[in-house]
Design a protein around this ligand. Structure first.
Ligand code: NAD
Ligand code: MG
Ligand code: MG
Ligand code: MG
Ligand code: MG
Length: 345
């Protein structure tokens, strides 16, 4: 379905045809965040599901307790028509080696993120369909929303369409996990992978934590109390983000004081200035030309030395020591976001 207010195609329940998947068997490889949600939702939508897990996997008991059939990844994939690869991205190439022989012409390799296909870490056989259905939320929400008769927005992409039915089947899969209840946006493996990596590096995970730490350190170095700096630079972040999530930038600006609005509008661009923009363009370039992907793959092959170091530095940052007891102390914040937003800014 095309919405004239959007620059993209969005699919809903009516656009999906359950018959494209109802007689098929789906092997869900992995029973983590996405895996447990996809397999339970598909199963309750009337699809035959087999969960593929290693013999040694501690998730086997959980999947069985949830009423699902379990087999090894190789056996599950051999039996299935659709193989949904929901193990961590870094182990997908090794798992693919175990299941490749079980793929028959016309089967589907299905992903929830495009990294391994886009950066050629998995080379699928030419006679299978390759698709992506990527919920735009963690798995526990994909599951909870489904149970509450609600949906989770998602992305859909077709990389390889051997059967001519790849998109129809992916839409039926998206329907089966509840995504078409909320809306599914069509994209490509390249666009999903590159925007996902850029977003998490430059804005969401990397950019935001760096902004929080610099702000915190600026206040503490100027002699203000770490507790005040923590609240102002980290704790209040959620309240502001919630307002943007609910109604965009204007909704946030309307909700804060005029002083906060004028101060923010007149100073924000000086903080994230042309220099930051150039750095963002550099980050994007390294995503696009594969520099980041090569670095991350090599990092994993080497046993994650830099990752371990960066993680430890973050975990031992002053703001983490200050934050822990404060969060315990202020556990009163049980989710009344309107009240909390009024108290902020
Ligand atoms: P996860 O880390 O939560 O779970 C992975 C599961 O895979 C584990 O629970 C285990 O059952 C299994 N596993 C782990 N190592 C294995 C191995 N060596 N061999 C076989 N099985 C193994 O993974 P996830 O976060 O659900 O990610 C799965 C896919 O979904 C990824 O492609 C990811 O990018 C994508 N995705 C995740 C989210 C999210 O919020 N978590 C959102 C959208 C897309
Ligand atoms: Mg098969
Ligand atoms: Mg993302
Ligand atoms: Mg990501
Ligand atoms: Mg304030």
């Amino acid at each position: 379905m095309t919405d004239e207010n959007l620059n993209t195609t969005v699919y809903y329940d009516d656009d999906a045809d359950h018959s494209a998947i109802e007689d098929k068997t789906v092997a869900v490889l992995g029973y983590g965040s996405q895996g447990h949600a996809h397999s339970q939702n598909l199963s309750e939508s009337g699809v035959d599901v087999v969960v593929g897990l290693r013999k040694s996997s501690s998730s086997r008991a959980a999947a069985k307790a949830d009423g699902l059939r379990v087999a090894t990844p190789a056996a599950a994939a051999a039996e299935a028509d659709i193989v949904s690869v929901l193990v961590p991205d870094t182990v997908q190439p090794a798992v693919f080696d175990q299941i490749e022989d079980g793929l028959e012409p016309g089967d589907t390799l299905q992903f929830a993120h495009g990294f391994n296909i886009h950066y050629n870490q998995i080379q699928p056989p030419e006679d299978v369909d390759v698709t992506m259905v990527a919920p735009k939320s963690p798995g526990h929400l994909v599951r909870r929303n489904y149970e509450n008769d609600e949906g989770t927005p998602g992305l859909l992409a077709v990389y390889q369409d051997e059967t001519g039915e790849a998109k129809e089947e992916a839409l039926a899969y998206a329907h089966g996990i509840g995504c078409t209840r909320a809306g599914v946006i069509e994209t490509t493996f390249r666009e999903e992978t590159e925007t996902d990596l850029f977003g998490e590096q430059a804005v969401l995970c990397g950019g935001m934590t760096a902004l929080v730490k610099e702000g915190y350190e600026t206040l503490v170095d100027a002699g203000y109390s770490p507790e005040m700096a923590y609240f102002e630079c980290l704790n209040e972040m959620k309240l502001i983000v919630d307002l943007m999530y609910e109604g965009g930038l204007s909704n946030m600006w309307d909700s804060v004081s005029d002083t906060a609005e004028y101060g923010g509008l007149s100073r924000g661009d000086d903080i994230i200035d042309d220099h930051a923009r150039e750095k963002m363009e550099q980050v994007l370039e390294e995503v696009q030309d594969g520099t980041f992907a090569r670095e991350w793959i090599a990092e994993n092959q080497a046993g994650r030395p830099s990752y371990t170091q960066l993680k430890e530095a973050e975990e031992t940052h002053h703001i983490e020591q200050v934050g822990e007891p404060l969060r315990d102390l202020f556990a009163w914040d049980d989710g009344n976001e309107e009240e909390a937003a009024e108290a902020a800014a």
